[in-house]
Design a protein around this ligand. Structure first.
Ligand SMILES: Cc1cc2nc3c(=O)[nH]c(=O)nc-3n(C[C@H](O)[C@H](O)[C@H](O)COP(=O)(O)OP(=O)(O)OC[C@H]3O[C@@H](n4cnc5c(N)ncnc54)[C@H](O)[C@@H]3O)c2cc1C
Length: 430
C-alpha cells in the first residue's frame, strides 16, 4: 500500500510541535549562548520545555518502550524532525540530538547493565551529554589511518593518541573513543570502542575548534584532544575487541538520516522565506515574483526539496520495514550524499532573492550555507558516500550475456520479429 498522508492523531502532535518550536524553542537562540552549556539560565529555560515534550509523548520518539520512548520509528521521526530542523536547539529539547542519540544506540546494543544504568539512562533522560571521538588529525575519511591506541594493563585499558573534531567534548560526561587494540589484525578488525568518563585523568583538550562563521577563537565545540595514559576499566569496551567498525555502523546509520530529516526543515524554511520575499519586494515597477528568472529559482528549489524529502521518507520507511541498517546502507549513503547540495542550492537561491540583506548576519542564509558544508563532511564526506551508494548498486548488477548490451536494439528487433512471425505473415508488412 502507498500512503502520502499522516494519521490525524499524529498530525495533531505535529501541529503541537510546530507551534511549540515556533513559540517556545526558536526564541532560545537569542538568549542561550550554546545549546549544551548548562549554566543557570539554561537550567531555568530548558528543563521545563523538555518536561512539556515528555508530557506530550514526543520525547525520544525513535526509541522503543524498552528504552523509554514510544517507538514511533523513523518515518514519524522524519516528520517531527522536519519541524525540529528549524532550531538548532530543538533536537535536544525533544531528546533526539546528535551525537547523543547515536551513542545511546551503541550503549543500548553493546553496553552492560552497569553501563546502561550509569551512562545510557541519564543520556536518555536528557540529564547528561556525550561525545563520539573517532576522527584523528592525520585522517578522518579513512578510519584505517587511525593510530590512537589502547593497551591492556592488568584490568585497565591505557589510551594514548590524538582525536580531532570530537564535537561537544567540552560538555560531555563521557566519550566513546575508537582505539587501535589489535594492531596486527586485518585492517577492519584492528580497532575497538571504549567508554571514557570525562573526568578521567589524561584527557587533554588542546583546543576547541569553531567554524569560520561567528564565534570567537576558543569558543568552538569541536575538540582537538590528546589522550595521555588515560586509564579505564577493561569492562568499558563496547562490542568486543576489534569490533569498532561494526559498532560505529550502529550509530552512524541512524544519525545520518536524522540530519537529513532536519535538513528538509531547514531547506523548507529557506524556500518559505524566498517565496515571502518574492511577493514583497518590487523592482522595475513590479514584484520579484513576476520575474521569470526568480520564478525559475523558486521552481528549482521546490523540485530539489520535494525529491529529497521523498527520498528521506522512503529511506526512513525502509529502516522501519527491515530493521536492518546493512540492508539500507546504500539508501542512507544516497540521502547523505544528496543532503549538502540540496541545502546549499536552496539557501543560496534564497540568499540571492534577498539581495544584500540575504548575505548579512541579519538573515539565516549564510549559516545555512555553512551548515551545508558541515553536512558534506560530518559522518563522512560526500565522496565516500557516493562510492558506497555506487558499490551497493553495482553489487546487484550482472554482466551482459554477450558482446552487446541486453537492450541492444538489433537483437531485440530480431527477437520481436521471430516472436510475432505468424502475425506478421498474416497481416503483411504494412
Ligand atoms: C560539523 C562537524 C562535526 C563533526 N563531529 C565529529 C565528531 O563528533 N566526532 C568525530 O570523530 N568526528 C567528527 N567530525 C569529523 C568528520 O567525521 C570528518 O570531517 C570526516 O570524516 C572527514 O574527515 P577529514 O575532515 O579528516 O577529511 P579528509 O579525510 O582529510 O578528507 C578530505 C577530503 O578528501 C576527499 N576524500 C576523502 N576520501 C575520499 C574518497 N574515498 N574518494 C574521493 N574523495 C575523498 C573529500 O573531498 C574529503 O572532504 C565532524 C565534522 C564536522 C564538519
Amino acid at each position: 500500500m502507498w500512503e502520502f498522508e499522516t494519521d490525524p492523531e499524529y498530525q495533531a502532535d505535529l501541529d503541537w510541535a510546530d507551534r511549540f518550536v515556533r513559540d517556545e524553542v526558536e526564541p532560545l537562540r537569542y538568549v542561550l549562548p550554546h545549546a549544551l552549556d548548562r549554566d543557570e539560565r539554561w537550567h531555568a529555560l530548558v528543563p521545563p520545555l523538555q518536561r512539556q515534550v515528555k508530557e506530550r509523548g514526543l520525547w525520544a520518539t525513535h526509541l522503543g518502550p524498552d528504552l523509554g520512548g514510544p517507538g514511533h520509528g523513523q518515518v514519524k521521526l522524519a516528520l517531527l524532525n522536519e519541524i525540529l530542523g528549524r532550531a538548532p536547539i530543538a533536537p535536544m529539547i525533544f531528546g533526539c540530538s546528535a551525537p547523543d542519540s547515536g551513542n545511546a544506540e551503541i550503549l543500548a546494543h553493546y553496553g552492560t547493565d552497569e553501563h546502561k544504568a550509569k551512562y545510557l539512562q541519564p543520556l536518555l533522560d536528557g540529564e547528561i551529554f556525550s561525545c563520539f571521538s573517532m576522527t584523528e588529525p592525520q585522517g578522518g575519511s579513512d578510519p584505517k589511518e587511525f593510530t590512537c591506541s589502547a593497551v591492556l594493563d592488568g584490568d585497565e585499558w591505557v589510551i594514548n593518541g590524538e582525536k580531532w573534531f570530537s564535537s561537544n567534548a567540552r560538555y560531555a560526561s563521557f566519550l566513546i573513543v575508537m582505539v587501535v587494540t589489535e594492531p596486527d589484525a586485518a585492517p577492519y578488525q584492528r580497532q575497538s570502542m571504549i567508554i571514557v568518563p570525562s573526568d578521567t585523568p589524561g584527557i587533554n583538550i588542546l583546543r576547541n575548534v569553531g567554524h569560520s562563521f561567528g564565534g570567537a577563537p576558543g569558543q568552538g565545540t569541536h575538540a582537538y584532544i590528546r589522550y595521555e595514559n588515560v586509564r579505564v576499566p577493561k569492562e568499558n569496551m563496547l562490542g568486543g575487541r576489534g569490533n569498532a567498525f561494526v559498532v560505529a555502523q550502529t550509530r552512524l546509520g541512524g544519525g545520518r538520516i536524522h540530519h537529513a530529516m532536519r535538513t528538509v526543515g531547514m531547506a523548507q524554511r529557506a524556500l518559505d522565506l524566498m517565496l515571502e520575499r518574492a511577493v514583497s519586494r518590487r523592482t522595475q515597477g513590479e514584484l520579484l515574483s513576476k520575474k521569470q528568472l526568480v520564478q525559475e529559482m523558486i521552481a528549482d528549489s521546490w523540485l530539489d526539496l520535494e525529491q529529497f524529502r521523498l527520498l528521506v521518507l522512503r529511506t526512513a520507511w525502509r529502516i522501519d520495514r527491515y530493521q536492518d541498517y546493512k540492508r539500507v546502507r546504500g539508501d542512507i549513503s544516497g540521502v547523505k550524499a544528496a543532503m549538502p547540495g540540496v541545502l546549499h542550492r536552496i539557501a543560496s537561491r534564497a540568499l540571492q532573492v534577498h539581495g544584500s540583506l540575504g548575505i548579512t548576519e541579519e538573515m539565516p542564509f549564510m549559516d545555512m550555507i555553512s551548515n551545508a558544508y558541515h553536512l558534506g563532511l560530518a559522518d563522512g564526506p560526500t565522496e565516500v558516500h557516493k562510492v558506497t551508494l555506487a558499490r551497493t548498486l553495482l553489487s546487484g548488477a550482472t554482466p551482459a550475456p554477450g558482446l552487446f548490451p541486453t537492450m541492444h536494439i538489433p537483437a531485440e528487433r530480431e527477437a520481436a520479429l521471430a516472436k510475432y512471425a505468424d502475425v506478421l505473415a498474416r497481416t503483411g508488412n504494412g
